[in-house]
Design a protein around this ligand. Structure first.
Ligand code: PLP
Length: 400
């Protein structure tokens, strides 16, 4: 009989959002009259920018004609998109990333997990607690040793380089779930740590487009030395509403190396290139045309408008929660608001209270790791009406 990958047995039984969905379904079934508002899952709700729709419709039409029809595209992405990214996201900020260092993919989630393919099982992986669960679960699946780094209120939700050695470090800024973003000085410490430890930073910047404050880098490559030690993940999901369309990219600099068992330095760019060309057949041409459209002048305006809408929701949630007496953070450079549950109330107890008494759904901080216990995440991805209504309900609940 075939044997399984035993490491899968070390995963927690159910996925956080399944637990939430079950509780919400049970509540809905017993209270069909209640209008449940969800500020729980981190999914976008605004329509795609019109430039993306237009570009994708035009691309669909190309498939109707033999002269412009396309089959398989390049595994790493079409040059028009890789060039648009290199120009629009990097060169425009004075960062030298070449199109060949950009790998277009179907999602930052899959890339953050798949990247493990090119690293040995014996690496020690450092991951923040609380954390976006994908980093942790994919490394458990791979059977790697994971060491947690405190990212709680004790460190103002900013992970600091640990006093132990790690070979691989996942960083997420702006952060899911805490909504905080790492400053230049904080990132410099991580780059210094990585260089001193010959470690690789896996920098997830899926929420980069939400950054509003000066002094918060938009890319890890703004930090001197990062091209020798960091891989960056970006996504069109939260940037331009592509969660259902699927397009992302990963930067693997050519200057990035790790060691083989015989201590030889091997190019990670070459390994990732080999991995992608073997296991991935590229993102649809139609989708890549849609993604490239956000780099046009109209595209930038339309994306800014959508992000601005979500950030106004975030400001509304922040001010409402503070008025209601909550201690909260995030929501300035990110679509997530991280609030401290009332004294002595655990994350899941607060989840149940909010659901049962206000019909509002959020995400219990404990679902993101032990250090998330006592915290709760709300998202700014709802409609304006639903967001204001949820805030009013929470305020009312707290005033009783
Ligand atoms: N990275 C982080 C930190 C996220 O929160 C998410 C989605 O919620 C993703 C990556 C997933 O991105 P994608 O939709 O490109 O797979």
């Amino acid at each position: 009989m075939a044997r399984i990958n035993e490491s899968y047995l070390n995963l927690k039984q159910s996925y956080l959002f399944d637990d939430i969905a079950k509780r919400v379904a049970a509540f809905r079934a017993s209270h069909p009259e209640k209008n449940v508002i969800s500020l729980g899952i981190g999914d976008v709700t605004r329509p795609l920018p019109q430039v993306c729709i237009d570009a994708m419709q035009k691309a669909v039409q190309e498939f109707a004609d033999e002269a412009t029809f396309r089959g398989y595209g390049p595994d790493r992405g079409y040059p028009f998109l890789r060039e648009a990214i290199a120009d629009g996201e990097y060169r425009s900020r004075g960062i030298d990333i070449s199109p060949e260092e950009i790998f277009v993919s179907d999602g930052a989630k899959s890339d953050c997990g798949n990247i493990g393919d090119i690293f040995a099982q014996g690496n020690i992986v450092a991951i923040s607690d609380p954390v976006y669960p994908v980093y942790l679960d994919t490394n458990i699946m791979a059977g790697r040793q994971v060491k947690l780094i405190d990212c709680s209120g004790r460190t103002s939700f900013a992970p600091e380089p640990p006093d132990f050695h790690a070979d691989i470090v996942y960083l997420c800024s702006p952060n899911n779930p805490t909504g905080s973003a790492l400053s230049r000085a904080q990132l410099q410490k991580w780059v210094d740590y990585a260089r001193a430890n010959e470690a690789i930073l896996l920098y997830d910047s899926a929420y980069e487009r939400f950054i509003r404050e000066e002094g918060i880098p938009h890319s890890i490559y703004e930090i001197p030395g990062a091209k020798d030690c960091a891989i960056e993940f970006r996504s069109f999901s939260k940037t331009a509403g592509f969660t259902g369309v699927r397009c992302a990219y990963t930067i693997v600099p050519k200057a990035l190396f790790a060691r083989s068992d015989s201590s030889e330095k091997v190019s990670l760019h070459a390994l990732w290139d080999r991995r992608q060309s073997t296991k991935f057949n590229g993102v649809s041409y139609i989708v890549q045309r849609g993604a490239a459209a956000i780099f046009t002048p109209e595209g930038r305006v339309q994306v800014d408008a959508t992000i601005g809408y979500y950030l106004e929701n975030a400001a509304l949630i922040l001010s409402g929660l503070r008025e209601a007496g909550f201690e909260c953070s995030g929501g300035v450079n990110a679509p997530y608001i991280w609030l401290k549950c009332p004294a002595g109330v655990g994350s899941w107890a607060f989840f149940d209270e909010l659901l049962n008494r206000a019909a509002v759904v959020g995400t219990p901080g404990a679902g993101f790791g032990a250090n998330g216990e006592g915290y709760f995440r709300l998202t700014a991805f709802g409609s304006r009406g639903a967001t204001s209504e949820a805030v009013e309900r929470i305020k009312k609940l707290m005033s009783i």
